[in-house]
Design a protein around this ligand. Structure first.
Ligand code: PSU
Ligand code: MN
Length: 294
């Protein structure tokens, strides 16, 4: 069912450390042409750390773990690459369509391929408002054994409700060198994290204890705050106006997150984009360090 890139196939044979990377961030989270260069830079960071990157996507109905250069280009530049979550995988396989995978779908495929560490930007979560919009990422992480490195959840979400849902779903949340839950563009969201870790080795140790206490079926979330945050006043203005704009334009369902990210990037004239890129790079580096520690 899985098509591996040459590099990832060799890494599996040689028992090298592998880091899964998601593709929705490339096709729907970052603007062209920067999306392709960022995807390439993120892979290079994983390699420079001594691990092997496996960007995951669906091409013509086939699951790809690791993309060749031309395939990465397709995800970044081809029109009609949809955003796919786990529920879409069988439909894509039978209709032979191409798609970028969300956190939920990427984690699902990575675990299926035997990969234990995954880097992304920010997780999906519970949206604001009373529309019952909750990302499938939350349910996905509750049933998928993987270490996921992120900068918390995007501030466009209801962070408090998202943390409550993660507790209900029994998904552990760790703060990397912090007790403050990061707010994606912001280093702190205003909510606390009970468990702080200070090294990749500590994260690996927690991961390895899970089998013994029979909690191996969920993800472990590692939150890694961005070093230089977006200006707070700018952030708050973007958030207020972006949410109002989404409501005026009746943006719903899976279009909400890409719409708000694009709004932030456009109206901040790239300032939020720079922070977003830093987040992805820093998470890829930490994920590679964790993969090596395992
Ligand atoms: N984080 C980013 N950029 C993104 C996303 C997360 O920095 O584009 C994507 C991820 O793929 C995540 C998805 O799984 O947004 C969540 O979308 P939704 O809220 O529709 O579940
Ligand atoms: Mn949604």
């Amino acid at each position: 069912m899985i098509k591996f890139s040459k590099e990832v196939a060799a890494a599996i044979a040689d028992k090298k450390s592998i880091v899964a990377l998601e593709s929705t961030i490339i096709s729907h989270g970052l603007p062209r042409p920067r999306n392709l260069s960022v995807a390439q830079e993120v892979e290079a960071i994983v390699r420079a750390t001594g691990a092997v990157p496996a960007t995951i996507a669906i091409l013509d109905g086939e699951i790809h773990v690791g993309l060749e250069a031309n395939e990465l280009d397709r995800i970044a530049n081809e029109d009609g690459v949809v955003k796919a979550s786990t529920r879409d995988l069988a439909i894509l396989a039978s209709t032979k369509k191409s798609a970028a995978t969300t956190v939920a779908a990427t984690a699902h495929i990575a675990a299926m391929a035997g990969i234990s560490v995954f880097a992304t930007g920010g997780l999906g979560g519970v949206h604001r408002g009373d529309g019952f919009d909750e990302s499938a990422d939350l349910r996905g992480l509750s049933v998928t054994p993987i270490i996921i490195v992120c900068a918390g959840v995007k501030s466009i979400l209801n962070v408090e409700a998202t943390l409550e849902r993660l507790e209900t779903l029994a998904v552990p949340v760790l703060g990397y060198k912090t007790n403050k839950f990061p707010g994606f563009y912001l280093t702190e969201s205003g909510f606390e994290i009970e468990h702080r870790v200070d090294s990749p080795a500590e994260i690996a140790a927690i991961w390895n204890e899970r089998a013994g206490v029979n909690t191996s079926d969920s993800a472990v979330i590692v939150t890694n705050p961005v070093k230089v945050e977006l200006d707070r006043a700018l952030h708050d203005t973007l958030l207020k106006n972006g949410l109002a704009e989404a409501s005026t334009q009746h943006i719903t369902g899976k279009a909400v997150t890409p719409f708000l990210l694009e709004y932030f990037h456009r109206v901040s004239e790239g300032k939020s984009l720079d922070v977003n890129v830093e987040i992805i790079k820093s998470n890829a580096k930490l994920a590679a360090d964790i993969a090596l520690a395992l």
